[in-house]
Design a protein around this ligand. Structure first.
Ligand SMILES: Nc1ncnc2c1ncn2[C@@H]1O[C@H](COP(=O)(O)OP(=O)(O)O)[C@@H](O)[C@H]1O
Ligand SMILES: [Mg+2]
Length: 259
């Protein structure tokens, strides 16, 4: 985790007030209040089924809100992309269909379709830069289906970068990739935040990885039970108390929250 650049954080990117979302008649998340400013790297952690993906899907405009409001850059989320300013790396990102023949470069180029028009870089230059940023130059002409899980995840992130998205949301990008790839992905995200002033909201059940990388951590379990700087994230006993359970019966491990 690099130190936060004071002054780089400012403009409010996301504002959520009193949000609740029901799915199939069941309240999945409720009483959510959350503000995120430009340049922040925020991790959302929590056990399986605690509503992490639901919150991200609500933010990108894919789910109906039961109550409350969400504003991104001061406007309600629209379905899918928000004027090309949001990069969305979904939980299924690394499971690209195997039967679709598409090279890394072609996949990344798809990102430019949603980009704003007034840019000094041409689309091709932007694609090249995005591929360089995720370190996939050597395999840019290789079919996506032949990449490793980590490479594929980086290709999907490059697609978001090619769109020049300022606010990047990722849902469990570390799942299914080996340790080296995981570390290089975390480093990439850290650099995007620190050097490119991107704003990152990332869901992961990998508590250890998030502790090393994010500036701010949110513990979500139906509602937000902790939100603060990473160095103040509660230890396991305090976490169990926040969750209203006996520490002895807690299923949370330090490096994984998956059940
Ligand atoms: N498509 C859906 N329809 C109805 N309920 C769902 C759907 N997807 C998820 N849920 C329920 O919402 C809850 C939270 O799911 P999710 O947001 O995917 O959790 P997480 O990402 O934290 O694992 C779970 O209880 C899950 O069963
Ligand atoms: Mg999920």
């Amino acid at each position: 985790m690099q130190p936060i650049q004071l002054g780089a954080i400012g403009q409010q990117i996301l504002k959520i007030e009193n949000l609740s979302v029901r799915r199939s008649g069941k309240t999945v998340i409720k009483d959510i209040d959350l503000k995120i400013s430009k340049g922040e790297f925020v991790a959302i952690v929590g056990p399986n089924g605690s509503g992490k993906s639901t919150l991200l899907l609500a933010i990108v405009g894919a789910l109906k809100l039961n109550s409350g409001s969400i504003q991104i850059y001061g406007l309600p989320p629209v379905s899918g992309l928000h004027r090309g300013r949001i990069g969305w790396v979904s939980q299924a990102a690394s499971y690209l269909p195997k039967h679709v023949r598409i090279s890394v470069r072609e996949l990344v180029s798809l990102g430019t379709l949603s980009a704003k028009t007034a840019f000094c870089l041409t689309d091709q230059e932007r694609v090249t830069k995005a591929i360089q940023m995720v370190d996939l130059e050597d395999v840019q002409d290789v079919d996506v289906s032949r990449l490793s899980g980590g490479q594929r995840q980086r290709a999907v992130i490059a697609r978001a970068l090619a769109s020049d998205a300022e606010f990047i949301l990722l849902d469990e990008p570390l799942v299914g990739i080996d340790r080296d790839s995981r570390n290089s992905l975390l480093k990439l995200l850290d650099n995007l935040c620190y050097e490119e002033n991107k704003t990152i909201l990332m869901v992961s059940h990998d508590l250890t990885a998030m502790r090393k990388t994010a500036h701010r951590m949110i513990f979500l379990e139906e509602t937000i039970r902790f939100d603060g700087p990473t160095d103040r994230f509660p230890d396991l006993d305090a976490l169990a108390e926040l969750r209203g359970i006996n520490p002895a019966s807690s299923c949370i491990e330090t490096d994984s929250m998956e059940d």
